[in-house]
Ligand binder design. Sequence first.
Ligand code: SF4
Length: 397
Amino acid sequence: MSDRPGKWFEPDLARSALHVTRREFLERTCACAGMATLVATGLPAAAGALGNGPWSDDEHEILGIREASWYEKLDEKRVECKLCPRGCVVDDFERGYCGVRENRGGTYYTLVYGRPCSLHVDPVEKKPLFHFLPGKQAFSIATAGCNIECLFCQNWQISQTRPEDLRSIELPPARLAREAERASAPIIAYTYSEPVVFSEYMRDCAIEGHKRGIRSVMISNGYIQPGALRDLCRVLDAVKIDLKAYQDGFYRDMCDGELEPVLKTLEILKEQGIWFEIVYLIIPTLNDKMEEIRRMSEWIRDSLGPHVPLHFSRFHPTYKMQNLPRTPVSTLENARSTAMEAGLQFVYLGNVVGHEGESTYCPSCGERVIHRIGYQIVENLVDGGACSCGELIPGVW
Ligand code: SF4
C-alpha cells in the first residue's frame, strides 16, 4: 500500500488561515508592517534564520512557532534535541537535521506546530492498518520535514522540504479535531512525511481528538528516542512502523539512518501494549533476499509475537531511485510464504490490488475473515473480535 496524499480535504477556511507559506507571510508582513528586520538580515533561508532575535508574540501566534518539547539546553545557547536518535546539537540560529526545529537564543522551537501542508481523508487501509477499525476513514495530515532521507521516498516533495517552502494552513489541534469530526472520520492519522518531527502538534491533536471520541494513529519510520516514544504512546491508539530492511548497511546507505533504534521502537510499542503493524517495502536487489526476510520474520515472531501484522509492499521507482524496476509479484509472494513459514500469522501484500494476500485469514481454521480489494473492504466476518470458529483475531475492532 502507498500512503500518498490523495484529494485535498478542504477545511472551513472561514475559520482557518489562508494558504500561505511562511516565507510569503514574512514577506507580506514585513512589507506591510515595516518588520524589516525579519527578512532583511541577509541570512540565507537554508541556514534556518529568517530573523535575528527571539520569536515575537505575533510570530508565535500566527506562524505556529512553539517551544519544542523533548530537548535540553546546553551551554553557549546551544540545545540538544531529544526527539529522535540523531540527537542533533544545534547552535543558536541553526536548525536540526529535519529542518523544522530551530534554536533561537538557546530556546528550541518547532516551526510546524498547527501548520499542516497536507490534509486528506483516506481509508485506514491506505496507511496501511488492517487490524484497526477496518473500513473507517482517517483524517490524514502531514507537515514538512523528516529525520531521515530515504532515496526511495514516495512523499519526498514534503518530507525533504523546509516549511517555509511549502504552502500550509493554520489548523490548531482543537480546530483539526473539529474538522475530523465534520469529515465523519473517527481516526486522525499523522502520516505522509514523518510525524516524529511534528510530535508536539501530533500529541496535542491526539488529546483534542480524544475529547471528541476520535482516535489517533502514527504512521512512522520509528526513528524516535525511547523517552519521546513512551510519552506519545500515552495519547496514540495505534502505530504503523516502516521497517525498511533488516540490515544496518541498508539504513545507512539508503536512508541516512540506523536499524537498531527502529527495532528498539518496535520493542517499546510491544512493552506499551499499543496496537501496531509493520510495513516492509521490498526493493529489488537491495532488501529482497529471502534469508534477510526469514531472519526479520523470526525476530518479529520471537521479540514481538507471531500475531503482529507484517505487510510486504511493492516498490515503484521514485525520487532518487528511478533505476530499479518494480518488485516482481513472485518476490512478494515468496516473502509472504517465508514469513508465514517462520510462524507469522498475518502477512499481507501491498500495492498488488486483487491479490489474495490483501485479505485476513483466521490462523486457526483458515477462513477468510476480512476480504479486501485494494483499500476496499468487500466482506468483514470478524464478529466481536473473533472468527466464526471462536478464534480471537488480534486488533482493535
Ligand atoms: S527530530 Fe530533528 S532536530 Fe531533533 S534530533 Fe531528530 S533530526 Fe535532529
